[in-house]
Design a protein around this ligand. Structure first.
Ligand code: SF4
Length: 483
């Protein structure tokens, strides 16, 4: 069973460990680059991808501006279709609701489709504590469950494992023959799950979208297991974060096109299921359908104007694949279920800024996340906002890797930036000093400082050259241009 609670304080130790692990580095590098490149190819094939992103963003804004109305409409329509809606303010409340439903169904075994919100509320721990056996049916989720780990990526939970790792894991836990053939590995997992599918009285899933207009939940996947979990057992329980609402069924096309291409570079994932109520006479499907709507910090985020955009996220994982920090330190370093740039926002919002205060600093603020986000979430701006919040609320708790010299340097920089005369004087001194330290490059154009003789700048030139300041400061050139 994986660890519980937020472990973000250990991000520096975990990041260092990850960066020393050549095996892990190889796994993350190849998987993130593969997904990143697939996305680039896929969006290049769609004329008008930018307007599509804009449309997705506008729809999300519309939902957040009227979330109360859309939630009420969704709940009415679920009940009209014969389903039952349950509301949970916290993760514990959601787990309690689920446990009651499972007990009422008389089930000892539950099969689960991939659900990040299920990981967020630590449902597997709650089920295990109640002696209910829960088995993950998604291959990636099954791998992390058998390893006792958390997902390493929103879309690909076992991204950190190579085929060799999975073969070893299945040999240990499922007593299978070693193989690195992906099809064989999938067949081994299927064999182990088949029996569970037949026995489980309750199937659980998350939801990628919840359609207010029809009361449907929408799940997308590549393996077909979620479809099985939501239709084969007698009772289906769907866990849905309240931000998953979309207004109309006709809006679904926008999000499906954005999500598949941004996440895995697919035009559409292999299975898209639209589930509207339990089965009717003459149909296949569950006798009961329960939808657990989970707040767990989302309403507080909605009320925070600086952060509400975080709720636009459709969990495609593109920002993780693009992030130079995630690619190096991997998902587990972030210490909770959500990782990467979006995890650095979601964890402080949902689990509290205190235990997650290091995360907003785990970013180079390069903007790659914003560039790839299908709903254009301004992640860097929100990370900066959260950094400000950390400084205000925890003034003595600096990020552990911020040395005194850096903090003093930043204070001096802030002081200088507020005083034009000091900024001009500093610039003049830097230009004068760089005249002695810099050399022209091979083409004789730009000048570079290859070695700073003093700390802390010498740290920079240990690894790369530093561009010498231009002899004519920008302010002078701007003045000339404006004349
Ligand atoms: S923040 Fe944007 S890119 Fe990142 S997972 Fe969410 S939707 Fe995808």
């Amino acid at each position: 069973m994986s660890e519980t609670g937020v472990q973000s304080a250990a991000i520096h130790e975990r990041a260092h460990e990850a960066m020393q692990d050549a095996h892990l580095q190889g796994a993350y590098r190849s998987s993130t680059l593969r997904l990143y490149n697939h996305r680039l190819t896929a969006i290049g094939e769609v004329p008008g991808f930018e307007p599509l992103r804009q449309r997705g963003r506008e729809l999300k804004r519309e939902v957040m501006d009227h979330l109360d109305e859309y939630l009420a409409q969704f709940a009415d329509n679920v009940e009209r279709q014969g389903g039952k809606v349950h509301w949970a303010r916290t993760g514990e409340e959601a787990c309690t609701v689920v446990l009651e439903l499972v007990r009422k169904a008389g089930a000892q075994e539950v099969v689960k489709g991939k659900s990040m919100v299920g990981e967020e509320i630590e449902l597997n721990h709650a089920l295990e504590a109640a002696n209910i056996r829960a088995v993950e049916s998604d291959l990636g989720e099954l791998i992390v469950q058998l390893s006792g780990e958390r997902p390493a990526h929103i879309v690909a939970p076992a991204m950190h494992k190579t085929r060799h790792d999975v073969s070893d894991l299945f040999r240990d836990k499922l007593h299978s023959e070693p193989t690195e053939d992906p099809e064989r590995l999938t067949a081994i997992a299927r064999g182990a799950l088949r029996e569970m599918f037949a026995k489980a009285g309750v199937g659980m899933s998350g939801a990628n979208f919840a359609v207010a207009e029809t009361g449907s939940i929408v799940t997308i996947e590549n393996e077909g297991n979620i479809r099985f979990c939501s239709t084969a057992p007698r009772v289906h329980i769907a866990l849905v974060g309240i931000e998953k609402i979309i207004p109309r069924l006709s809006d679904l096309g926008v999000f499906l096109r954005l999500l598949g291409r941004s996440g895995t570079g697919q035009k559409l994932t292999s299975y898209t299921s639209i589930l509207t109520g339990p089965r009717r006479a003459g149909e296949d499907g569950p006798d009961e359908m329960h939808v657990v709507m989970i707040d767990n910090g989302r309403i507080a985020t909605l009320a925070d104007e600086k952060m509400r955009e975080m709720l636009y996220c459709i969990r495609c994982g593109a920002c993780l694949n693009a992030c130079p920090v995630y690619r190096k330190i991997g998902g587990h370093a972030y210490g909770w279920v959500y990782s990467g740039p979006i995890g650095a926002l979601v964890t402080p919002q949902l689990a509290g800024l205190g235990p997650a205060r290091e995360l907003p600093f785990a970013s180079s603020l390069c903007g790659a996340c914003r560039e790839v986000c299908p709903v254009k979430i301004n992640i860097p701006d929100m990370l900066l906002y959260l950094r400000g919040q950390v400084q205000e609320r925890f003034p003595s708790a600096r990020p552990a890797n911020s040395p005194v010299s850096e903090r003093r340097g930043m204070r001096l920089w802030a002081w200088t930036m507020k005083r034009p005369w000091a900024f001009a004087l500093g610039g003049a001194m830097a230009r004068w000093g760089s005249g002695f330290l810099s050399r022209s490059d091979a083409e004789g154009g730009r000048r570079w400082i290859t070695k700073f003789p003093f700390f802390p700048f010498s740290n920079w030139t240990d690894g790369r050259d530093f561009p010498a300041p231009d002899p004519a400061p920008f302010r002078e050139r701007w003045k000339r241009m404006s004349e």
